[in-house]
Design a protein around this ligand. Structure first.
Ligand code: PMP
Ligand code: GLN
Length: 402
């Protein structure tokens, strides 16, 4: 038989699926894949359920139901002062995952260069490569994840067509500052590029950190494709409803990419999301406050266990350095080995951070924990790890004494 698609044949199953399956296999508490273990707002769910029963079950318009496009446009104005025409500058997709692919498809030709920032979300690189474009990777380094300005500037050149920016960022929890965004905007304008802005965690920021869409910076309105996700904004990750805001000159190509990927997105879910985006300010403030307290609960617990806990300004995730607890126990394995061991023995699942890097030389001693979980679940996970470490420490001491 002839070989199948080379790129897909060389791509592994996503780490989120791998680790979730391992969690099920070992009865582990899953702090790996980022999904809440609580439901989204009842009125949003009710609206979608009612829309299933009132005849909204046939193909909706290609770019999304008008009600949701208006809601996305209103949301842009309300939170960021962005004016976007709901009829010409908003496209609804089946999740941000599809939106990212559609935006990349809209602008990249084979041979174009696309700047990507590591650590990166796992769909970015395969999609850029499948489009025949050339990834130019720039790496942020723990523990501060600062923008390496000289390297970033060097990654841009005459062939650069686009940059993909994720803020708030998975897995680092970094929220890009106004100064960093200004530096990026300058590069983008000088090199006449586009920016695909993965802003799925836009409402999940903490400690007074505010998300700033790159699109709001001078000169960026026409160049940015801004992506949101109902999955994150309404704690409904299974719904897979995403939305893109972009200039009317970009929207036709984005829409044509969407038309060839899924064509459209379930209308009843779109109805629910429209109700959600119109919710009062207190909803959005409450969402980030509730996640901040979950973050604090998990971060404090992990620090008490002895993990090196990196700060998280936004997203669902905490990145931890496991060496302080594992080295004294004689464990010198990498992050993949650690996450496996933690799942199999402690019965708690985390994600190895090297999964977010393209090359083998990634830092191999970080594990990502999701805190979008009930407080009892966070406490139970911490308790399991505490018991496991005590047991392991005991064994180690016994071995040393023996
Ligand atoms: N981008 C980032 C950075 C993510 O973490 C995720 C995971 N949910 C997505 C995109 C995908 O979002 P969706 O579920 O809406 O496709
Ligand atoms: N965004 C989620 C995470 O980072 C996973 C989404 C997925 O499994 N595709 O954990």
């Amino acid at each position: 038989m002839k070989p199948q698609n080379d790129l897909l044949s060389a791509t592994g199953t996503t780490i989120f699926t791998v680790m979730s399956a391992l969690a099920v296999q070992h009865g582990a508490i899953n702090l790996g894949q980022g999904f809440p273990d609580y439901d989204g707002p009842e009125d949003v769910i009710e609206a979608a359920a009612a829309a299933l029963k009132d005849g909204r079950n046939q193909y909706p318009p290609l770019t999304g139901v008008p009600e949701l496009r208006v809601a996305v446009s209103d949301h842009n104005r309300r939170f960021y002062g962005i004016e976007a025409d709901p009829n010409a500058e908003v496209i609804v997709t089946s999740g941000a995952t599809e939106a990212i692919t559609a935006c990349l498809m809209a602008v990249l030709n084979p041979g174009d260069e696309c700047v990507l920032i590591e650590p990166l979300y796992d769909t970015y690189l395969p999609v850029v490569r499948m489009l025949g474009a050339i990834p130019r990777l720039v790496r942020l380094s723990p523990p501060k994840w600062e923008l390496p300005r000289a390297e970033l500037a060097a990654a841009f050149g005459p062939k650069t067509k686009a940059i993909l920016l994720n803020s708030p960022m998975n897995p680092t929890g970094k929220v890009f500052t106004a100064a960093e965004l200004a530096f990026l905007a300058d590069l983008i304008a000088r090199h006449d590029c586009y920016a695909i802005c993965d802003e799925v965690y836009e409402h999940l920021t903490f400690d007074g950190w505010k998300h700033i869409p790159l699109m709001t910076l001078p000169g960026m309105r026409e160049r940015c494709m801004r992506i949101g996700s109902a999955g994150k904004t309404f704690s409904l990750t299974g719904w897979k409803v995403g939305y893109i805001t972009c200039d009317r000159t970009l929207a036709p190509n984005v829409a044509k990419a969407h038309q060839n990927l899924t064509f459209t997105t379930p209308p009843n879910l779109q109805r629910g999301v429209a109700i959600g985006l119109a919710k009062e300010d207190a909803y959005f403030a409450g969402l980030s406050a509730s996640l901040q307290s979950r973050r604090d609960r998990l971060a404090t617990g992990l620090a008490e266990l002895g993990f090196g806990v990196l700060p998280t300004q936004g997203s669902y995730f905490i990145t931890t350095d496991f060496r302080p607890i594992m080295s004294p126990l004689g464990f010198n394995g990498d992050d993949v080995a650690f996450c496996r061991l933690l799942t199999e023995e402690a019965k708690v699942t985390a994600i190895p951070v090297t999964a977010f890097y393209a090359s083998a030389e990634a830092p191999g001693h970080y594990a990502r924990f999701a805190f979008c979980k009930g407080e009892a679940v966070i406490d139970a996970a911490l308790e399991r790890m505490r018991n496991w470490l005590a047991l392991r420490g005991g064994r180690q001491l016994t071995a040393v004494a023996g």
